[in-house]
Design a protein around this ligand. Structure first.
Ligand code: X5A
Ligand code: ZN
Length: 705
């Protein structure tokens, strides 16, 4: 079975550089590779990966996408002098050639193909190629935007040809539009290409009309090209995550790829001089984690851009760490997407509505005049004074705040007497139990007669031990097979609310009966997913009605991305309790997918409580929780029913007023309020914090000189 994360790196790809003065190209430096690799070593991530050697790509591989003429041109650069190199470079846009460019471009592509081979032959589960030159701008007949050969596009063609793949997803999170990839697959329905990019109404490089949201592919490929243009700079974590929930992920799950290729550019991260966006490094952990639930976890990340060396290195590390299966750091910042982002999201959803079943009932709100509204000050604020040193200082203090500790144990389980689940490695069956007195002291609100059953006491005793392990970060997550889900859930919720945990998210699936009262001494949000719901709902007790027909493919991914995850990400819980009861209307796979995605939150701290009568479900969930390789096969999916969507819509209309991540249209409730919030959060927190610290540092330097 495939397991492990591959890393492709070779310092030989540092052996070319810009030889003349060209401000546009000067940011693409060899140190981009070494500083990323160095940081991976600092974090001890290199030795946890399986190192793959690079190789030279062959002519045949290069011409899977490029013309023989262009190949000859690149070949000929090997023997050119500086003047000739400069001349040939000037025939193209924003690209430079060096005598070693051909060799490095062959290694960059060959390294990428090595990774694809390792993943598709199940040698490894996933991996990242730290390579240069990048690829996504290069085209059949030309280099472009620092790119020589289109690594990712060729990787897709290679996988189609060699492994007979029929569906490949390319996610291009680089801040530039990978127009090269778009051109290559425009008419190809077997490759779904998603790119978000700084666009600013066509005033940002490469200034192409075809980068806009309404360019969706041609012929058979119509609907398989997804462009999400950002019309403002300063997009941050909430905007990126919202784009994944409301655009990419629903379409990607419906597409059900066999392989995910990531054009992993980090010029979309904070501090990048090209992108001028605000996403912090841990955002890339979350993006990666979500994509790992597609294609059975077969994910191949290939470096593209990224020009702030510090930000680039930290973000690369976040990606690799996540591929390795470590718990995810918390996302920082206010979870409120900005108006301009929502507008872009709405536009691309509308453009794709005819081509995707999961958008079938997408409400098209009146289109906005793109130039009229929102966030305008924001953009101008950020244009001036771009100061890389300031971001280094911000990143220094930011990275120190991130929790990287991995609990000694991944998964603990409480199993009923005599139950034998085949447990994967890294799962500990709890044998210790708390004393009767201790249990009773912790369950003051439970009716006494419930505690009389021996089996109940045994379960609660062990669960109490596990709860404390979770609270002390001794274990990351856990599962309890219990004789009574409702009693166990009440006990657990009460215990967590009495602890220092600030925000608890409870998700109840199916009928749990009445959860016993608990005092309102802590904050929690409770999401109930069932076939029926009581009337009345508060912002803290949310009932969602969702029914899947058994024996059919599921459409549960729909409600996960349009509702459950946005809500959960909005809330930013410190602890998650998931309980399943009787009469649940969704299947084992649905719950597995949900749990798999929720592990991105609360540092992975999840307690799962299921009925002891469901060992098969227990088996599946324990594999998910323990991150057993090869368990993430969730597709294919089907379109949601009109009835489910209508029920959901009713709820969403009410709760999206409080939970801003639920919004997927620019028709926001209060743009003014959002604007103010956004300015406060992005500019003040990031900029002022960095500035304040920056001034101190500048002062110190001054004194020293
Ligand atoms: C790979 C990449 C950017 C080129 C920018 C030219 N290229 N202005 O990020
Ligand atoms: Zn880029």
């Amino acid at each position: 079975m495939a397991c492990g994360t591959a890393l492709v790196y070779d310092e030989e790809m540092m052996s070319y550089k810009l030889l003349w003065d060209d401000p546009e190209c000067s940011i693409e430096v060899p140190e981009r590779l070494s500083s990323s690799y160095k940081r991976l070593q600092d974090y001890d991530l290199v030795k946890r990966c399986i190192q793959l050697p690079v190789r030279e790509a062959t002519d045949e591989e290069i011409t899977l996408v490029h013309s023989h003429d262009y190949l000859q041109v690149v070949k000929s650069t090997q023997t050119m002098n500086e003047k000739e190199l400069k001349e040939i470079s000037q025939k193209y846009t924003a690209v430079f050639y060096h005598q070693n460019s051909f060799r490095c471009a062959k290694l960059s592509l060959g390294g990428t193909l090595q990774l694809v081979d390792a993943i598709l032959t199940r040698e490894v589960q996933n991996g990242m190629a730290i390579v240069r030159p990048p690829g996504h701008h290069s085209q059949r007949n030309q280099g472009n935007g620092f790119c020589v050969f289109n690594n990712v596009a060729i990787a897709a063609e290679y996988a189609k040809k060699k492994y007979k793949l029929e569906r490949i997803l390319i996610v291009d999170w680089d801040v530039h539009h990978g127009q090269g990839i778009q051109y290559i697959f425009e008419e190809d329905p077997s490759v779904l290409y998603f790119s978000w990019h700084r666009y600013e109404h066509k005033t940002f490089w490469p200034y192409l009309r075809e980068s806009d949201y309404d360019v969706i592919g041609r012929g058979k490929g119509t609907g398989f090209n997804i462009n999400l243009p950002w019309n403002k700079v300063g997009m941050g974590n909430a905007d990126y995550i919202a784009a994944f929930f409301h655009v990419l992920l629903p379409l990607a799950f419906e597409f059900n790829p066999e392989l995910v290729l990531v054009s992993a550019g980090y010029d979309s991260a904070i501090g990048d001089p090209e992108g001028r966006m605000c996403a912090t490094p841990e955002c890339f952990s979350h993006l990666t984690n979500m994509l790992m639930n597609l294609a059975g976890g077969k994910l191949c990340a290939v470096l593209e851009g990224g020009y702030n060396l510090r930000s680039l290195a930290e973000s690369v590390c976040m990606t690799v760490r996540t591929l390795l299966g470590d718990p995810l750091p918390r996302l920082t910042g206010e979870m409120t997407p900005c108006h301009s982002a929502l507008e872009s999201i709405q536009n691309v959803r509308a453009a794709h509505t005819p081509y995707w079943k999961c958008l079938l009932y997408n409400e098209i709100k009146s289109a906005h005049d793109p130039s009229s509204e929102g966030d305008s000050q924001h953009s101008s604020d950020q244009q001036q004074n771009f100061d890389t040193a300031m971001f280094d200082i911000f990143l220094d203090s930011h990275m120190k705040k991130i929790e990287f500790a991995v609990p000694p144990l991944r998964t603990c389980a409480v199993l009923p007497e005599g139950c034998c689940l085949a447990l994967p490695d890294g799962v500990l069956v709890e044998e210790k139990t708390a004393t009767r007195e201790h249990i009773i002291a912790c369950s003051s609100s439970l009716p006494n007669e419930l505690l009389e059953k021996e089996t109940m006491l045994a379960t609660l005793g062990k669960m109490l031990v596990i709860l404390n392990k979770l609270l002390e970060y001794q274990t990351m997550n856990s599962i309890v097979l219990s004789p009574d889900s409702s009693v166990c859930a009440t006990f657990a919720i009460k215990h967590v609310l009495a602890s220092p945990v600030k925000r608890l998210l409870c998700i109840n699936i199916g009928d749990l009966g009445i959860l016993h009262e608990f005092d309102n001494d802590g904050e929690y949000v409770c999401l109930n997913i069932c076939g029926t719901y009581p009337t009345g709902m508060s912002n803290r007790q949310i009932y969602l009605k969702w029914t899947e027909s058994p024996n059919e493919y599921s459409s549960f991914f729909y409600i996960i991305f349009c509702c459950i995850l946005p809500l959960a990400y909005n809330y930013q819980p410190d602890f998650i309790i998931i309980t399943t009861g009787s009469n649940r209307t969704i299947g084992d796979k649905d719950i597995s997918l949900l749990i798999s995605l929720l592990q991105g939150l609360a540092n992975g701290r999840i307690l799962t409580i299921i009925p002891e009568t469901e060992p098969k479900l227990g088996q599946k969930l324990v594999k998910c929780l323990s991150d057993s390789p090869g368990e993430k096969h969730f597709g294919p999916h089907r379109a949601p029913s009109l009835e489910n969507i209508q029920n959901l819509k009713e709820k969403l209309d009410i709760i999206e007023k409080e939970w801003k991540m639920l919004q997927c249209s620019g028709a926001v409730n209060d743009p003014q309020e959002l604007r103010t919030k956004r300015l406060k959060n992005r500019n003040m927190i990031v900029m002022e914090q960095a500035k304040a610290q920056g001034q101190t540092v500048v002062g110190q330097r001054g004194r020293r000189i």
